[in-house]
Design a protein. Sequence first.
Lengths: 248, 248
Amino acid sequence: MIFKNLSIDCVIFGFRDNKLNVLLWQPEPEIVKKLLILNDVYLEFKEIYENNPALKSDKHWGLIGMHLPVEEDLNDYTKKILEMATGLQNIYLKQFQTFGGINRIPHTRVLTVAYYALINPEYHDLKLSPVAKAVKWFDIDNLPDVAYDAKDIISHALKTLREEAKYHPVGFHLLPDKFTLNELQTLYEVILGKTLDTRNFRKKILNMNLLMDTGEKQKHVAHRAAKLFSFDMEMYNKLREEGLNFSI
Amino acid sequence: MIFKNLSIDCVIFGFRDNKLNVLLWQPEPEIVKKLLILNDVYLEFKEIYENNPALKSDKHWGLIGMHLPVEEDLNDYTKKILEMATGLQNIYLKQFQTFGGINRIPHTRVLTVAYYALINPEYHDLKLSPVAKAVKWFDIDNLPDVAYDAKDIISHALKTLREEAKYHPVGFHLLPDKFTLNELQTLYEVILGKTLDTRNFRKKILNMNLLMDTGEKQKHVAHRAAKLFSFDMEMYNKLREEGLNFSI
DNA sequence: CCAAAAGTGTTAGACCTACACCCATGA
DNA sequence: TCATGGGTGTAGGTCTAACACTTTTGG
């Protein structure tokens, strides 16, 4: 049994080509069917699906999400949805808002608990996901037509992420294990929406003792190769707890 | 019609006797009945009520909240609940988390959208509320027995409030319109859980240009009378947007 | 050797911290 | 006049902001 009036949506952020992207899906009938069978909720879901023509449109994309089964824990089930959609485990995930407007979805009343997730698209293996064919990254400044109030949800997620990134070192989840200082700087410029001074940025970051020099360097680049850093989990967890001021 | 598996809970914070307090209620049958009739949802609510013996206990207190009527907007309805419970309008209110654990409430599955509110107890008129007799302030470090997972919800609310207070000037909602710098300092000491240096606190606060000297002073106090300040709404809104570092 | 990005240091000003005494008031 | 809390200044250290050139690499 699922809650017909309660769904979960995930705004999955990734950092690609120096831009923030969001992972959206387009529910194709075959894929939806597969998903539903996997979850033993076919009939109920089918009803919801049939009653929502927008879900079948091939012009509209949607946030990755589902209705919550009655017997599932809210947070745990969201993790399952994410694993299914990305093939990744241990994703950074944050519940940020529950949307409960009256007319957000026509002809029915559904509340949506919204989460955002931060992943590194490099590690995201579309082939591992049963919904692979319908999943695609979109530049956050260039979203397609999107179902219902997904745009609101995305912009709210972005606002919350920006706020969080000011004071907590969350941005790292969007990078590969090894990254250059310039990649990190660009990421923060994109998240915070302003340009940063390179020298000051480096000083500040390195002073936090958050980064470890891996000893490796970039390879095959047509310019001086940059050092690769990874981040120190222990310090990361400490700074996450304490908070920090990143509003450079 | 109400959502039987979706409720709203409000953690209402007030600042009394130099301590953070929470407003809790004890649903007495008469009062519950009144509430239910007011909301035209008597029968459904009665069923929920009858099936939850904990709600009738006179040992347990609960957060102020109700199930959401299907035709009501989530945020708007929460405001209504608050107005009903406190007699106040325009309360500072923040949705901070939706609780969706499987066994949070025995024998039934209810998800709860939780909010916290900040009010100044001075202005809170119990007589204006239809649930007046059952409502009481409790010191946050000295809570009574509480229904279900209310303790979790309260401690989560407190954590979120602390986090918010570090970077946004929200504490002011807990004070009367006119207050002394020492009241403000004590409030921040309580919220942040540490003592602050008086001289440094004053310098920092006054430098923000957030406070206006009302020209008035305390009266009838057995010591030098302190200046009364109010705060500048314009600057307040600016600082709320921008964020600030209050982690003194 | 050229293009492209990596990497680096200094200075002036702002802000933070630590710290101790006199002042105004009512009882 | 005393008890109580209100109110103030300074100095040293740390952090921030602004700013331009040299280094390394592959093509």
